[in-house]
Design a protein around this ligand. Structure first.
Ligand code: ADP
Ligand code: MG
Ligand code: MG
Length: 896
């Protein structure tokens, strides 16, 4: 097997070989292939890493001879020799996974130095100080990362730094003088003391043989693949352990030989805002790690023109070559040795959403990429950064982070804190900017959440009520900021020793999950201002134009439609402005929480007889009808899937004694009656209880009322020219007969309404597939259902037998143990839940080949899930209004 791939004059690998050579190795090879100046070297493949762990940390037998051939090749190209006493070759040993990975071993520079070769280097370069500085850096780095001589818990400083400080004290009476003041004699003494330290701490001599050094360093790179930091990082970013890391061994070039040398890092364009400008920084007379270490302050790369104009122009030429070849913005590292530029690394630059957008649009204009590639260049999960209101950058730098939580609703919000929805609404009505701060939120807080600029909770995760509402409404939200101690009685928030009262200012950054004390200025995103509020100034901005261009390309590419989950005309309007082609889910129950509608709802639930229930339902009917009319109007002829009542009834009744007394007074009935009903409706497992179509089976009059509301609204909208297309959806169906009974009611009401209003309504009736039995008997159900919509929230709960609201207590451990890679409530479990979906699709089509298929769970806004739905061949996904652009982008990416 080939374990070692050369790069240099002869190059074995290329840029496509990242799995085998790692990102760094593959791109070093690619740069050699296109003639860029790269110091020669070789890459030890990731397969050796895999072998190493599969074989009790040993190496394949063939490795040593291949490495020897690799070193020989570098020697031939440089004219130097590893360990030579006249012209010694020094190398760097660099780790390199597929993507750069913090937590992996640090790079070791100047490997190959020992007491003899250092003299040779000094003599050859006629620069003893340089040679001994390299040597002491090498012993220090190698001692630290390979031999593990590191700070102990009881120590204040790195042990090597302590040695340096002591020597400076002894010789200059000051342990803070700069390293550059140290003489050759000082450096020699440091090397001696460092080696003594290594012997004490590591229990062995510092290796003097260059080959021992090289083998030790390579082993340390492979070993670091399994260190704690690397493991934690991989878990966080879903990087599989099997990938392994490669090791790069490369001839050293020296940026620290004097003022004609230096090191730097640069981007071919500005990665923060996307501007086409050379962006980066450098240090004269420095080795690479000095630039990022922050010991000296680097200069902007444009300044290099003044120091070393030749090298600067060479870098400009390289910058152009890189972009022309890689056709993407590159982030690269270089070293200048005696005016000559060397390339040490290049990779696709990390970028903000703003920069990604600008790069993609500009590069199409420059004909570097086509529009399909431009679609792929915008990370779908970053897109909502562009929609978020923004903090003033300068101000946020001055503010102090007092707590952190889950970044649940991206954007920035500042306001006076209120701990209860009513007071938040009242304050907002007075014109205050409000932050609603709650331990947790519930549907009763909705009004307060709508009134607030942002929502902050101390408890709850991605699928908590606060997070869901934030996504649906595009609210800025930080949830689960557990450091906050909220006292509802005292109306205070205490955190890290500070106490805030109601009315004090806090600010939250829902993109990062940070909570700040005080007020920070914000502005709405130009994209929302332009699309939703028709703000012409915003529409003239480059950000807006670029965004709409991207969405145009998405529309051109996509096959999967994107609809929205919306409960109000306003949400619908927003979604349509973002390009939604209909509503995939209207949760009618949300409508019952607005204003005093809840009273009629409660009356309905408390009713003892059919007559009383019908009387209460009659009060609800006009509310629902108005809502639906508004939605049909906002949809401009797009279809609307309306789900009939789904949640268990107890959710609508007040649960505190105080609220129950209130309601009793309002309704003029004894409080005992309410308590009794709450008790009757109490369920041990409401998720699997009296909900969904089960409500309509037992109380058909509820279904009839809802059908009437939808169809009367449709009849009116039809007359008014809005071309409504209601799709009535029965939830939680597992048996064909359940659906049959409900559909019969709908058709009966429809016939009546059409006769009364003398219009023909273009409606369909279908069901949600959200329990496994429904999926498994989809062929039967499709005889009645004209469409399926996968309710993947419930389908996940019922398929996994895992309650979404309770999963927080163990899901973390599950992800840590890699039982599941992602939260199945955020991203579809493709093998399990996805299989049920596949079965339902296949069986549904068997009965009804043209059956319309959609998904309306939270997953509809998750890019990976959207791509999966494209693969399954669904007609549409549906997600909250502000996720529509994200889903459209993901759908287009799946199609190109
Ligand atoms: P990281 O992955 O942390 O960026 P690198 O392997 O790129 O680590 O090494 C860090 C720095 O070390 C590089 O940016 C470069 O400046 C310096 N370096 C690495 N190899 C060499 C070399 N052969 N000659 C000179 N400097 C080098
Ligand atoms: Mg690097
Ligand atoms: Mg459901």
């Amino acid at each position: 097997t080939k374990y070692v791939y050369l790069f240099g004059k002869k190059t074995d690998g290329n840029g496509t070989m990242k799995p085998l050579l790692g990102g760094k190795g593959a791109n070093l090879a690619e740069m050699c292939r296109i003639g860029l100046p790269v110091p020669p070297g070789f890459t030890i493949t990731t397969e050796v890493c895999t072998y190493y762990y599969a074989n009790k940390r040993t190496y394949p037998a063939a490795l040593r001879s291949q490495m020897e051939a690799g070193i020989a090749s570098i020697e031939a190209q440089t004219g130097m020799k590893f360990g030579d006493l006249e012209n010694p070759l020094l190398v760097s040993v660099r780790s390199g996974a597929r993507d750069s990975m913090p937590g992996m071993m640090d790079t070791i520079l100047n490997l190959g130095l020992n007491d003899q070769t250092v003299e040779a280097l000094a003599k050859k370069t006629n620069n003893a100080r340089f040679a001994w500085d390299c040597y002491r850096r090498f012993v220090q780095m190698y001692g630290d990362v390979v031999l593990g001589v590191q700070k102990r818990p009881n120590e204040d400083h790195e042990p090597f730094e302590t040695v340096i400080g002591t020597l400076k004290d002894e010789r200059y009476g000051n342990h803070e003088i700069e390293d550059t003041k140290l003489t050759v004699e000082d450096l020699k003494e440091l090397v001696l003391r460092f080696k003594k330290l290594v012997l004490e701490r590591a229990g062995k001599d510092f290796p003097s043989s260059p080959w021992d050094q090289l083998v030790g360093a390579a082993g340390a790179v492979f070993g670091s693949w399994m260190n704690d930091r690397a493991i934690v990082y991989r878990r966080k970013y879903n990087i599989p352990t099997e990938w392994g890391t490669a090791v790069n061994v490369q001839a050293m070039v020296y940026g620290n030989t004097g003022d004609n040398s230096g090191s730097g890092v640069a981007f071919t364009r500005n990665p923060a805002n996307g501007t086409k400008e050379f962006y980066g920084e450098f240090l004269i007379n420095a080795q690479g790690e000095d630039v990022v270490a922050g010991v000296r302050t680097p200069e902007p790369v444009a300044q290099l023109k003044n120091h070393l104009p030749g090298a600067y122009h060479e870098l400009e030429r390289i910058r152009a070559t890189l972009e022309k070849h890689f056709k993407d913005v590159q982030d690269f590292e270089f070293t200048i040795q005696e005016k000559k530029v060397y390339m040490l690394q290049t990779r696709n630059g990390k970028r903000t959403a703003m920069a990604a957008l600008k790069f993609s649009i500009d590069m199409v204009k420059e004909k570097l990429i086509d529009w399909q590639t431009a679609i792929l260049r915008n990370p779908a999960d970053q897109l909502d950064q562009l929609l978020a209101p923004v903090f003033d950058l300068a101000e946020v730098k001055k503010a102090a982070v007092i707590a952190t939580g889950l970044p649940a609703g991206p954007g920035a919000a500042s306001g006076k804190v209120y701990l209860n929805a009513d007071r938040a609404v009242a304050a907002a009505e007075k014109g205050e900017k409000v932050l609603l701060v709650r331990i947790e939120t519930s549907p009763e807080d909705l009004r307060g959440m709508i009134a607030a600029e942002g929502i902050l909770t101390a408890r709850g995760g991605v699928s908590s009520h606060a997070a869901l509402v934030a996504r649906q409404m595009g609210k800025v939200c930080v949830c689960g900021a557990s450091a906050l101690v909220i006292d509802y009685d005292k109306k205070t928030i205490t955190v890290s020793g500070q106490t805030f009262n109601e009315g004090d200012y806090l600010s939250i950054d829902g993109t990062a999950g940070n909570v700040y004390a005080g007020q920070i200025a914000t502005a709405p995103s130009e994209i929302i201002a332009g699309l939703v509020h028709n703000d012409t100034a915003a529409q003239a901005t480059e950000k807006f134009k670029s965004f709409t261009q991207l969405m145009k390309w998405c529309a051109q590419a996509t096959r999967l439609q994107v609809r929205t989950n919306a409960d109000t005309p306003e949400q619908t309007r927003v979604a349509v402005a973002f390009g939604a082609t209909g509503i995939g889910l209207t949760r009618t129950e949300h409508m019952f929480f607005e204003g005093n509608r809840i009273d009629a709802m409660r009356e309905m639930i408390l009713a003892d007889s059919l007559e009383d229930r019908q009387a209460a339902l009659a009060k609800l009917l006009p509310f629902q009808r108005d809502d639906f009319y508004g939605i049909f109007k906002a949809l401009k002829g797009f279809p609307a899937t309306v789900r009939f009542l789904d949640p268990p009834l107890h959710e609508f009744l007040p649960n505190s004694k105080e609220q129950q007394m209130d309601l009793a007074r309002k309704m003029n009935i004894p409080v005992e009656k309410i308590m009794q009903r709450v008790h009757e409706l109490h369920e041990f497992n409401p998720m699997l209880g009296f909900r969904g179509c089960r409500l309509g089976i037992k109380y058909p009059e509820i279904t009839a009322m809802q059908a009437r509301a939808v169809l009367e609204a449709a009849a009116q909208a039809q007359k008014d020219g809005f071309k409504p297309k209601p799709e009535i959806m029965i939830p939680l169906v597992g048996f064909k007969k359940e659906l049959d009974l409900q559909v019969a009611i709908v058709h009966e009401v429809a016939a009546a309404v059409q006769a009364e209003k003398k219009v023909k309504i273009n409606y369909t009736v279908g069901t949600m597939i959200e329990v496994p039995r429904g999926a498994l008997t989809a062929d039967e159900i499709a005889q009645t259902a004209q469409f399926f919509s996968f309710g993947t929230n419930d389908l996940t709960q019922t398929c996994l037998g895992m309650s979404r609201d309770d999963s927080g207590s163990f899901l973390g451990a599950y992800q840590e143990s890699e039982i599941m890679k992602k939260n199945p409530f955020a991203s579809i479990d493709q093998t399990g839940v996805g299989q049920l979906m596949g079965i339902a699709i296949q069986k549904g089509r068997q009965t009804r080949p043209d059956i319309k298929l959609g998904i309306c769970g939270e997953h509809g806004g998750d890019p990976d899930s959207v791509k999966f739905c494209h693969k399954l061949g669904l007609t549409y996904v549906s997600c909250s209004p502000y996720r529509v652009p994200v889903a459209r982008l993901a759908a287009a990416q799946a199609a190109v």
